[in-house]
Design a protein around this ligand. Structure first.
Ligand code: TRP
Length: 460
């Protein structure tokens, strides 16, 4: 059945449009930029295993919960949470969960846009053949020179933020839906081509070993927290992005099936990115743990030495930019929807205001790689030693705000919301499928998130 409400912001034209938009949100820098570098920093296989377990046990059930809440409420996360809480006979304070999400999205976009700017800049570098036959050292120094100068980063960050603002201003169908329709298939085909390249020219089996052979001595408590945080990040969970996309979902679509498809597609893209990058890393004696620059120091090498590398390299960075683009719009959509609903401003006005604020905040990240590279605001704590503002923003959002948001979403969906309401919206019947979802969201997911949290702060 589902509820009969409709969103004032419009609706996806079909279930497929939602799947593409949500996959577009999920697949982004998280898969191709972040997943490989945090896997490299945290020792490989064991980290990947923990990450996969988190996707299955925490990610998919929470994704279903988020889409379900969004479609039930049909408003921005702030108003959806408030309304659903009141509907379930509780106080309206759950709206603060919506605000937590709006703020998390804002903070993430502020640095996401800077990194997406790197991808944009690399489109042109590759197109002009800068990396043709370059050496590993050459590629690394091009990268460090690039991030060492704030002007360039600022330029690309500005451009990317403008691109995001334009799509969001054009609305759900006219903007968001149009962009994602042809991007995702293109990105996937490119990855297949690159995996083929890595198979033939990289140290493919060493790369696979690193990615899939779990060496548990390499994983730390913080590593487990990072893996869990990344499961939220890569599936766009815990901050209302998927909730707001769910609020535009037509009533009859199956939430369970779409969620599983989105999670599988996202995981596949991340693993393929790993299969491209690590063989190149090992074939060139590079270090897998170099951090955020990893793909910018490895992929150009691969492109620089493969036939047609200028063409493929350019295309790849274009697609990476597109993938980031279809994600960035979902980071800001909850805030925009909320401004439109609560302040009565136009969509364009809301998109421009939020975009400018976010751009300003992004300066913290821009400077983290150059003039403030040695500034570690929390350096007095051993745990945060040497962490720049960018590192801290990433840590705060991915490892704390998203899991916390996800935990509260699970608690709300399984403990606060009436059973009849969630059953009605999920349309899974009353049997095994619904009961297993409820069991996961009621017990497994919250307990798992809490254990990882408590272990990370060394309470247990
Ligand atoms: N999932 C995206 C990626 O992997 C990033 C992203 C988009 C996101 N929307 C989000 C992360 C909402 C957290 C929450 O690149």
């Amino acid at each position: 059945m589902g509820s009969k409400r409709v969103s004032i912001h419009g609706q996806w034209s079909s279930r497929w449009a939602f799947i593409l938009a949500a996959t577009g949100s999920a697949v982004g820098l998280g898969n191709i930029w972040k997943f490989p570098y945090i896997t490299g920093e945290n020792g490989g296989g064991a980290f990947v295993l923990v990450y996969l377990i988190c996707i299955a046990l925490i990610g998919i059930p929470i994704m279903m919960a988020e889409v379900m809440l969004g479609r039930r409420g049909r408003q921005s996360p702030v108003n959806t949470m408030e309304m659903l809480a009141v509907e379930a006979g509780h106080r309206p304070y759950w709206k603060w969960l919506g605000w937590l999400g709006v703020i998390a999205g804002f903070l993430i976009l502020s640095y996401y846009s800077v990194i997406a700017g790197w991808a944009l800049a690399y489109v042109f570098r590759t197109a002009f053949g800068v990396f043709t036959l370059a050496t590993p050292d050459g590629v690394s120094s091009i990268f460090s020179d690039f991030i060492g100068a704030p002007e360039g980063l600022l330029f690309w960050h500005t451009l990317f933020m403008l691109m995001t603002m334009i799509v969001v201003a054009r609305g759900v169908r006219g903007g968001l839906e149009k962009v994602v329709k042809f991007l995702m298939p293109g990105l996937f085909i490119m990855l297949v081509v690159l995996v083929g390249y890595a198979m033939n020219s990289g140290e493919f089996s060493r790369g696979l070993d690193f990615l899939f052979y779990p060496d548990f001595s390499k994983i730390t408590r913080d590593g487990v927290l990072i893996a869990m945080g990344h499961a939220f990040f890569t599936l766009s969970l815990g901050m209302g992005a998927i909730m707001v996309y769910g609020s535009y979902l037509p009533s009859h679509a199956s939430i369970a099936r779409t969620s599983v498809m989105i999670a599988l597609a996202d995981t596949l893209v991340a693993l393929m990115a790993g299969m491209v990058i690590f063989p190149v890393v090992f074939a060139n004696n590079l270090e897998p743990g170099v951090g955020p620059g990893l793909i910018f120091q490895t992929l150009p090498l691969a492109f620089g030495h493969m036939p047609g590398g200028v063409f493929f390299g350019t295309l790849f960075f274009i697609l990476l930019t597109f993938a980031a683009w279809s994600s960035s719009i979902s980071l800001i959509e909850p805030a925009v929807a909320c401004l439109v609903e609560n302040r009565g401003v136009s969509r364009i006005h809301a998109a421009v205001t939020m975009g400018i604020l976010c751009w300003l905040f992004g300066l913290l990240t821009v400077f983290s790689f150059n003039i403030w590279a040695d500034f570690a605001p929390l350096g007095m704590f051993e745990h945060f030693e040497g962490k720049t503002l960018f590192d801290l923003l990433d840590y705060l959002t991915s490892n704390i705000m998203l899991p916390l948001g996800g935990l509260l979403i699970a608690i709300f969906a399984a403990w606060i919301m009436k059973c009849e309401a969630s059953r009605d919206e999920l349309e899974l019947g009353e049997g095994f499928a619904y009961m297993s979802w409820r069991f996961l969201v009621r017990y497994i997911t919250p307990i798992a998130v809490m254990i990882v949290f408590l272990r990370a702060i060394e309470v247990i």
